[in-house]
Design a protein around this ligand. Structure first.
Ligand code: SF4
Length: 325
């Protein structure tokens, strides 16, 4: 089963990325799996602050490796080093009706969410066309994605169907989504963990940084004093107890409801669980940080392997549309 997915290099990876996506990648890596660092996609929104993209690529690869992705079991590569992505995207852009892109709900949501950036650009509107090329270039059958990416995957299927219909070929399998089983991860302010909200716990954070962030974390807003009974279900700290301190959640909930524990102690217990979870990742991350040449070799090898597959598909597509005999 061929699998393709990727990450936009907009900074270091956080716990939301790990539990929402990278863990899934790790489970799939025994398959014929390709994982890209989608730097073209980063440029669609970061074209004005582009100086960080290349550094962020290395951060993401380091986080991939620290999280347990094994280059012997999967192909890790940089999107812009496989030029076939933009070439196939160019072919797809010829056949994708503008209305398909304009009606895309993720596009509309992102325009609102990233309202501080000028995103009325050709590249940003065409993001799903490039994504369709990313997936179809590898003839991927399965694509691990978050819920917000489902409309893009549907568009990739529509592009494949239209291509087949227009050129009388059947060359792309219709890719199916693999949804993550982990619920969304909350940030320190109780909203979804996201770089744009500045509420993240990063894989690269030290144990002390994690403790500092958890100390400032939001709790049940109605619990103002130690003797007030709390409601753990509205508390993001409790939410994280379920993820990182699962053996003790019933006690935490009971003691919170009965005002038998204070929020400071509760946070420190959760932070200890989170640090236990993060420690092996942190250790591997520190090791990989000192192995930049090895990382470059992994990427070179990954890009070579990706280009072998991508080149073949692009050739077929060029023939189908009449650009090659
Ligand atoms: S005791 Fe724990 S679960 Fe309850 S409100 Fe405080 S931090 Fe949240």
């Amino acid at each position: 089963m061929r699998v393709l997915s990727g990450t936009r290099p907009t900074g270091k990876l956080h716990l939301g990325n790990l539990l929402g996506a990278i863990d899934n990648f790790r489970k799939l890596q025994g398959e014929d799996a390709f994982f890209m660092i989608a730097d073209w996609h980063a440029l669609t929104t970061e074209y004005e602050s582009h100086t960080q993209i290349a550094d962020n690529v290395m951060e993401v690869v380091t986080d991939y490796l620290a999280s347990g992705l094994d280059p012997a079991q999967c192909t890790i590569f940089i999107q812009s080093e496989v030029p076939e992505h933009v070439e196939l995207a160019m072919i797809f852009s010829m056949i994708t009706p503008l209305a398909w892109l304009e009606r895309n709900p993720t596009y509309k949501d992102q325009l609102k969410e990233l309202s501080g950036k000028e995103l009325h650009t050709h590249g940003f509107l065409g993001y799903p066309v490039l994504q369709a090329a990313d997936i179809l270039l590898y003839k991927a059958e399965k694509v691990p994605v978050g819920e917000d990416q489902l409309p893009h995957l549907e568009l990739a299927r529509e592009v494949a169907r239209r291509f087949h219909h227009l050129y009388g070929v059947e060359m792309f399998p219709e890719p199916a989504a693999i949804m993550t089983t982990t619920p969304k991860v909350l940030g320190t302010d109780g909203r979804k963990m996201s770089k744009s909200y500045n509420n993240c716990i990063y894989l690269a954070d030290t144990a002390e940084e994690v403790i500092g962030k958890i100390k400032g974390m939001m709790t049940d807003p109605a619990r103002k004093r130690r003797q007030d009974k709390g409601n753990p279900e509205v508390c993001p700290v409790y939410y994280h107890h379920k993820l990182f301190n699962p053996g003790n959640v019933e006690t935490v909930a009971h003691e919170c409801r009965e005002a038998l524990r204070g929020c400071v102690d509760c946070k420190m217990e959760m932070a200890a669980g989170m640090n236990r979870f993060l420690e092996p990742i942190r250790t591997r991350r520190n090791e990989w940080t000192n192995r930049k040449e090895d990382i470059r070799q992994i990427l070179d090898q990954g890009c070579r392997k990706a280009r072998e597959v991508a080149g073949q598909t692009l050739h077929e597509a060029m023939k189908a549309v009449g650009l090659r005999k």
